[in-house]
Structures are given as structure tokens and as C-alpha cells.
Design a protein around this ligand. Structure first.
Ligand SMILES: Nc1ncnc2c1ncn2[C@@H]1O[C@H](COP(=O)(O)OP(=O)(O)OP(=O)(O)O)[C@@H](O)[C@H]1O
Ligand SMILES: [Mg+2]
Length: 273
């Protein structure tokens, strides 16, 4: 094999790229070395409540005494800061991000780096990939029991980058009871499994008389994964000042049940925090 000096320009560029990627991966692994469990919140379909579930689950785990981080990798529409009600900006010094803290959860989101919340981020896949990598390389999470990752919908750019870059212990798949959401949930479950990763379980959101209930449990049975629980369609989510578990006891009870099921599913997978 030729040495870098002997390689033609294309080979040399390729070698350099491999070195860069390897170095990036090493830095990301170092950054996450004190994180015990990393769980993604994911769905094929948009608007099913991923961000809501990620924020409320993170807040629930933190209230139970766990050390929790929340990473928003929805680069186009970063909504985590809104749902958490984060007011502070994270500390950014010498290329290092110290997460903002809110309701006991350490938060990092692209929203922190937008001048204006209404700004449209119009990026192609490679830029999204780079942004996620930079977050992962730069963030000092410290010691965490759980890092919860809020993903955007779909089965392409950001989810793929997360699945290939982060050492994920598994994914909570969010679905609503409707047929179309279930079909898209199956698509994202296939993606997770194609990449040899774990489905930690299914949650059903917007359960109740309007959209129906039970399809999430059925999906879990069909794909042989645990059902972690359901969250009712509720008017309490209209209060956007804080995560809804801090506003409504019934919602808080639903999330406490999901957190318990999450722990036992992670344990069964040998991935507990
Ligand atoms: N159980 C619920 N009852 C009532 N409203 C809910 C419930 N869950 C989520 N919502 C509301 O539905 C809207 C969409 O939720 P959210 O942003 O969490 O979805 P998402 O899956 O993250 O969307 P996207 O795919 O765009 O990232 C929000 O306004 C949220 O407050
Ligand atoms: Mg979202």
C-alpha cells in the first residue's frame, strides 16, 4: 500500500478524510464516556409528540433523581428549548459547550445558536451531519445516567447520522393510534433494526376517545418489543411554560409509568443506567 506521500491526490484526500472521521469519532466517544445510557425518541411520522415525550421523560427521570441530558438533534425545527421552557443560553467558550440547565435537565439544542427563533435553517444533509457532529464533539455533558436524544421525523439525514455516530442503547418509538402513524412507526423500527440497534419500546401518544387507543400496544406485540405506556390527548399541553409533567398530575403519572417500563426494558436489554 502506498504511504500518504506516495498516494495520488484522490487517495491522499480520502486518507485524510478517514483520519478526520476517526478523530471525530474518538472525540465523540471521549465526550460521552461518562454517559451511562443513551436513548433516542423517534418516529417516522412528524407531529406525533416526539419532542413532547423526550422533554417530559427527561424531566420525569431528573425529578426521580437521575442525572439527565437532553440533546435536540432536530436541526431544522429545534423545539426542545420551547417545550422545556429554557431561558438561559449554554456557556460556549474555547469551542466547548456547557449545556443550559432546566428543571434538573442539561439541554443542548441548535435553537441556542439561532439569532432569531423564526429563522429557517435550510441545509442539505452534509451540513446537518456536520452540525450534529460538532455538537457531539463540543458538548461537555459530565456524568449522566441518561442522555435522551430528540430526533426529527423520517428515516434519512439526522436519524441516520445519530444512529451511526452516537453509541445508542436504544430507541423509544412514539406513535399515535392512527393507521398512518403506525405504518410510519414500522418504517422507523425497520430502520433501527437494519442498523442493528435496539427498540427499547413503543409509546402511544394522543390516546383516547378522539383518535382511539390500543394500536400502540398492538404494534409492540407485532414487532415483539415492550409496550412502555400511553399518554392521553390532553388540553394540559397548551400550557407551554413548562413540561406538562410539572403542570398536570395525571400526565405526570403517565410518564412515571413509562419511566418505570423504560428501566425494565433497558435492564432486559442489558443496558440499564
Ligand atoms: N398527549 C398530547 N395531548 C395534547 N397535545 C399534545 C400531546 N402530545 C403532544 N401534544 C402537542 O402536539 C404538538 C406536536 O408535538 P411535538 O412537537 O412533540 O411533536 P413531534 O413529533 O416532536 O413533531 P416533529 O415531528 O415536528 O418534531 C405540540 O403542540 C404538543 O404540545
Ligand atoms: Mg419534534
Amino acid at each position: 500500500m502506498s504511504t500518504p506521500q506516495q498516494a495520488n491526490p484522490q487517495q491522499a484526500a480520502r486518507l485524510q478524510q478517514i483520519r478526520r472521521q476517526w478523530e471525530q469519532k474518538r472525540q465523540i466517544t471521549d465526550r460521552l464516556s461518562a454517559v451511562r445510557t443513551t436513548v433516542g425518541v423517534y418516529s417516522g411520522k412528524g407531529g406525533v409528540g416526539k419532542t413532547t415525550v423526550a422533554c417530559n421523560l427527561a424531566t420525569t427521570l431528573a425529578a426521580q433523581g437521575e442525572r439527565v441530558g437532553l440533546l435536540d438533534v432536530d436541526i431544522d425545527c429545534p423545539n426542545v428549548t420551547r417545550v422545556m421552557g429554557v431561558r438561559d443560553k449554554p456557556d460556549y467558550q474555547d469551542g466547548q459547550i456547557s449545556p443550559a440547565e432546566c428543571h434538573g435537565v442539561k439541554v443542548v439544542s441548535m435553537a441556542f445558536f439561532q439569532e432569531n427563533e423564526d429563522e429557517a435553517i435550510i441545509w442539505r444533509g452534509p451540513m446537518i451531519h456536520n452540525a450534529i457532529n460538532q455538537f457531539l464533539q463540543a458538548t461537555d455533558w459530565g456524568e449522566l445516567d441518561y442522555l435522551i436524544v430528540d430526533l426529527p421525523p423520517g428515516t434519512s439525514d439526522s436519524p441516520l447520522t445519530v444512529m451511526q455516530t452516537l453509541p445508542m442503547d436504544g430507541f423509544v418509538v412514539v406513535s399515535t393510534p392512527q393507521d398512518l402513524a403506525i405504518i410510519d412507526a414500522k418504517r422507523c423500527i425497520n430502520m433501527i433494526r437494519k442498523l442493528n440497534l435496539n427498540v427499547v419500546g413503543i409509546v402511544e401518544n394522543y390516546s383516547g376517545a378522539i383518535f382511539g387507543e390500543g394500536a400502540g400496544r398492538q404494534l409492540a406485540e407485532d414487532i415483539d418489543a415492550p409496550f412502555l405506556g400511553s399518554m392521553s390527548l390532553s388540553g394540559s399541553y397548551r400550557d407551554t411554560s413548562r413540561p406538562t409533567v410539572l403542570v398536570d398530575d395525571a400526565v405526570s403519572g403517565e410518564y412515571a409509568a413509562v419511566a418505570e417500563q423504560l428501566r425494565s426494558s433497558l435492564k432486559a436489554l442489558g443496558r440499564e443506567a
